[in-house]
Ligand binder design. Structure first.
Ligand code: ADP
Length: 469
């Protein structure tokens, strides 16, 4: 099958978050199954040098002026990457970052127009065109009246919907149905994500539970009732993780490698190194909890802060590796850090540190993830592969991947239902008593997580079904 993804991120070349991992993971898994897979991306200035071949030039009209675009290609682990360099006077993709610009709508609408015109110039459209999130949601408008056999759209996060004004589309000389694009809450605003949902043959959502949650008033970000009306199109398909990068038997950032039969020794040795490196009291017996996260409202920063304090009261150790995006959240945690200064059971790192994250997964007994909502979540799957037990809020993809001893015959972690301090407190108490309880039960929990298949293989199979339905 010939499958073309149009996306704004691809790991590790252009990555902001889980979207990059998902696009790359799915593309590579489809290649492994023998399909021809192409990913079309903007050619950002932040790409590492790549060996590229120019395959064409394309002139696109915006606000009455014609703008040159150079299309180049390369291969990356079997995936054809097609990069569009927009020679745009406003340097749309030469800003040193992927998002966060005032003209993000214009930048990605322009990219969609070029990508669509490039596809229309080919002898025929690919069998499958697969779009990801609001950034590529306008492709069906630019392809119209043509369309591929299957047009698939994946919602990775409903928080951003590409809300824009008429002039954002009008400057690209495109026709559209205002009613179709009208945002349900702000009818004068156009909603690109809504348009893509209407135009696609199927809409994948990155976990079955999130697919349900987004159909509600609470979880639908303004699109709940609309999504409920289109629920026949929705399919919850979990993301996988890159099992080559995330492998405790080979991970180059681990102090000690280990497998399901050697995890006790391996994790002990990694724990000792973490305690030494981060200035924690050396003690192999004390439970070590980590949180490895962007510190943004979605991830439940108040609950993380409370969890740290509660863990300290219960005599555990806690390491927070958190990258704060907002000043208030950074300040909140710096104050907490000051109030706990001198406590050799707690350590804070406010940055994005890839090597340290690997070591923390390999050293910890628990991963704490109290997200208020979580479309899929990768950290809990990585943790389980590394024998670190996830302690999570029962929401979205967390609910679909973590199973509690209270309700499952094959448990692999602990869930709490209500995202408040009481919920966190009883979660930690339960986890600690399990930790100090019979070792055989504890080890069974770890082995259930380590033995599960978190690869892209199963999810790619589900996507293939969606492509050929
Ligand atoms: P999201 O994509 O919403 O951030 P996920 O759980 O899907 O959440 O993916 C998070 C990924 O980013 C995981 O691989 C996690 O290890 C990594 N990560 C998050 N914060 C940090 C950090 N501060 N340092 C290193 N890695 C991080």
């Amino acid at each position: 099958m010939e499958i073309v993804h149009i996306a704004s991120e691809f790991a590790p070349l252009a990555k902001v978050g889980g979207l990059a991992d998902a696009v790359a993971g799915l593309a590579k898994a489809l290649v492994a199954k023998g399909h021809r897979v192409e990913v079309i991306l903007p050619h950002y200035d932040l790409f590492a040098p790549l060996e590229l071949r120019e395959i064409g030039r394309l002139y696109i009209v915006e606000k009455g002026r014609s703008i040159e675009n150079i299309v180049r290609m390369t291969h990356y682990e079997g995936v054809q990457l097609t990069l569009i360099e927009a020679r745009h006077p406003e340097h749309y993709f030469r800003r040193g970052k992927i998002y966060g610009e005032l003209d993000d709508n214009d930048r990605f609408l322009f990219f969609c127009k070029v990508a669509s015109h490039m596809l229309l110039q080919r002898k025929q459209l690919p069998e499958v065109v697969h779009l990801h999130d609001w950034m590529t949601a306008s492709v069906p408008l630019f392809l119209a009246p043509h369309r591929p056999k299957r047009l698939i759209f994946t919602i990775h996060n409903l928080n951003h919907q590409g809300k824009c004004a008429r002039f954002n589309l009008d400057r690209l000389e495109i026709s559209y149905d205002e009613k179709e694009l009208a945002d349900p809450l702000e009818p004068d605003t156009l909603n690109l994500l809504k348009g893509a949902i209407l135009k696609s043959d199927a809409v994948a959502v990155v976990s079955p539970s999130y697919a349900k949650e987004i159909q509600t008033l609470e979880g639908g970000g303004g699109l709940g009732p609309f999504l409920a009306r289109h629920k026949k199109k929705l399919r919850g398909i979990l993301n996988g993780i890159d099992t080559q990068t995330w492998d405790p038997q080979t991970d180059r950032f681990l102090h000690a490698h280990y497998s399901p039969s050697t995890f006790l020794e391996g994790k002990k040795s990694n724990k000792a190194l973490v305690q030494e490196k981060l200035g924690l009291t050396p003690n192999e017996k004390v439970p070590l909890i980590v949180a490895i996260t962007r510190l943004v409202p979605q991830k439940g920063p108040d609950l993380i802060a409370y969890g740290i304090e509660r863990c300290a009261q219960l005599g555990g150790q806690f390491v927070l590796l958190g990258s704060p995006a907002q000043e208030e959240i950074r300040t909140q945690f710096e104050e907490l850090q000051r109030s706990l200064a001198g406590d050799r059971h707690i350590a804070f790192r406010f940055e994005h540190d890839e090597p340290l994250s690997h070591l923390l997964y390999g050293a910890s007994d628990f991963l704490f993830m109290p997200s208020l909502f979580e479309p899929c979540g990768l950290a809990q799957m990585i943790a389980m592969r590394y024998g670190s037990i996830p302690l999570v809020h029962a929401t979205g993809g967390l609910k679909d991947t973590v199973f509690d001893p209270a309700s499952s015959e094959k448990p692999n972690g602990f869930l709490f239902q209500v995202p408040d301090n009481k919920g966190v407190s009883s979660l930690l108490e339960r986890a600690f008593s399990f930790y100090y309880g019979p070792r055989a039960k504890w080890e069974e929990l770890i082995l259930n997580g380590m033995g599960a298949d978190w690869s892209w293989e199963a999810s790619a199979q589900k996507y293939l079904r969606l492509y050929s339905d």
